[in-house]
Design a protein around this ligand. Structure first.
Ligand SMILES: NC(=O)c1ccc[n+]([C@@H]2O[C@H](COP(=O)([O-])OP(=O)(O)OC[C@H]3O[C@@H](n4cnc5c(N)ncnc54)[C@H](OP(=O)(O)O)[C@@H]3O)[C@@H](O)[C@H]2O)c1
Length: 291
C-alpha cells in the first residue's frame, strides 16, 4: 500500500492503494494494519487517511492498528520519539485516538534502552493510560525478543511475521507463550511476503530475503500437491494461519483492487484433511527458518 519496491519488487501508485483500501472498507474485512514507517514520508498512513476521508471516517465495525517507528533521520527510538510518532500517525490518518498501537520492530534497539524510564515502552504505557491508544502490542521479527517483551506484561497483542507459515514455523514457541499469557497473536505475511502465493520462480524472496533452494523446492512440491487437488496454493498458505486457533487474526498484504474478493475466496476454499497431512511435513528444515 505504501509502495515499497525494494521489498516487494514493484511500486504501487497512491490511486491504486486508495482504491484497494476503499474495497476493503466495503468488504467484511475489518482489521487494517499499518505503521508510521511504511513507505516514504508516511505513505501508507497518508493513503489510508485519504481513503478514510473519502468514507467520512473509520467505518464503525473497523479496527485500525498502527505502529510507532524511530525517527527516520536520526534513528531515535526514545519515549519522546514514540510520542512524536503517534502524533504524526494521528495527523496522517485524521484520527484523534488509536485503537491498537504497536511497538514496531523493537529489534532496532536494545531491550534495556526500550525498558528505561524515558524509553519507548514507558511512553507507550503512558499513551494508553492517557487514552490515546486503547490497546498496546509489540510487532517484530526475532521470536525470542518478542517473548521477552511479552514477559514485561505491557502488551496485549503481538505480531509475528513470516514465522508461522507453511514453510517456516519459528513462531511456535511464541504462540504457546502468548496463549498462556492471554496475549492475542496477529500473524503477518502468511504468504512469506509473496512467495507462497506467486510461487518461488515469480517471487524468489521469502521474508524479504532470498529464499534457500531447499525452501523453494518444498514450496514447488506444495504447489504440485495443491494443483493435483484443484486447490490454489495461496488458499493453503492463508488457511495455514487462519485455521490455527492460537492466532487471533491474520494480516495479508494486498495492493490491487480485486484482491479483497480473491482473499475471501482463498480463505473459504475447502481443503480436505488429507491435503493438510501432505503439506504439514513439507516445512523447510529448521536450520532454514528465520527464527
Ligand atoms: N514487523 C511487522 O510488524 C510486520 C512485518 C511484516 C509484515 N507485517 C504486516 O503484515 C502484512 C502482510 O505482510 P506482507 O505484505 O509483507 O506479506 P504477505 O501478506 O505474505 O504477501 C504479500 C504479497 O502477496 C501478494 N498477494 C496477496 N494476495 C494475493 C492474491 N490473491 N494473488 C496474488 N498475489 C497476492 C501481494 O501482491 P499484491 O501487492 O499484488 O496484492 C504481495 O506481493 C504487511 O503489510 C504488514 O501490515 C508486519
Amino acid at each position: 500500500m505504501a509502495s515499497m519496491p525494494d521489498l516487494y519488487g514493484y511500486a504501487v501508485s497512491a490511486e491504486r492503494a486508495v482504491e484497494t483500501m476503499l474495497e476493503v472498507f466495503d468488504s467484511e474485512i475489518n482489521f487494517i494494519d499499518t505503521s508510521n514507517g511504511y513507505g516514504a514520508d508516511g505513505a501508507s498512513e497518508l493513503r489510508i487517511g485519504e481513503a478514510l476521508r473519502a468514507r467520512g471516517g473509520l467505518p464503525p465495525d473497523a479496527v485500525l492498528a498502527t505502529k510507532v517507528d524511530p525517527d527516520p533521520v536520526t534513528g531515535d527510538f526514545s519515549g519522546k520519539r514514540v510520542r512524536a510518532s503517534v502524533e504524526e500517525s494521528l495527523t496522517r490518518l485524521g484520527l484523534d485516538r488509536l485503537q491498537l498501537l504497536y511497538f514496531h520492530d523493537p529489534e532496532r534497539i536494545a531491550f534495556e534502552d526500550a525498558m528505561a524510564p524515558e524509553g519507548a515502552v514507558a511512553a507507550l504505557v503512558a499513551l494508553r493510560e492517557e487514552g490515546l491508544a486503547d490497546h498496546l502490542g509489540v510487532a517484530g521479527g526475532p521470536v525470542g525478543l518478542l517473548r521477552r517483551y511479552l514477559g514485561t506484561g505491557a502488551f496485549e497483542a503481538v505480531i509475528t511475521h513470516n514465522r508461522y507459515t507453511l514453510v517456516d514455523r519459528s513462531a511456535e514457541p511464541l504462540l504457546a507463550d502468548a496463549a498462556e499469557r492471554g496475549v492475542a497473536v496477529v500473524n503477518g505475511a502468511p504468504y512469506g511476503g509473496g512467495m507462497l502465493v506467486k510461487g518461488p520462480d515469480a517471487q524468489p524472496l521469502y521474508g524479504y530475503r532470498p529464499a534457500s533452494e531447499v525452501a523453494k523446492d518444498r514450496v514447488r512440491t506444495m504447489r504440485r500437491i495443491c494443483d493435483e487437488h484443484g486447490i490454489p496454493p495461496a488458499a493453503a498458505a492463508l488457511q495455514y494461519s487462519t485455521r490455527e486457533p492460537r492466532i487471533a487474526s491474520t494480516i495479508v498484504g494486498i495492493t490491487a483492487p480485486g484482491r479483497v474478493a480473491q482473499t475471501l475466496e482463498l480463505y473459504r476454499w475447502p481443503i480436505p484433511d488429507e491435503v493438510w497431512d501432505q503439506l504439514e511435513p513439507l516445512a523447510a528444515p529448521e536450520e532454514e527458518w528465520l527464527r
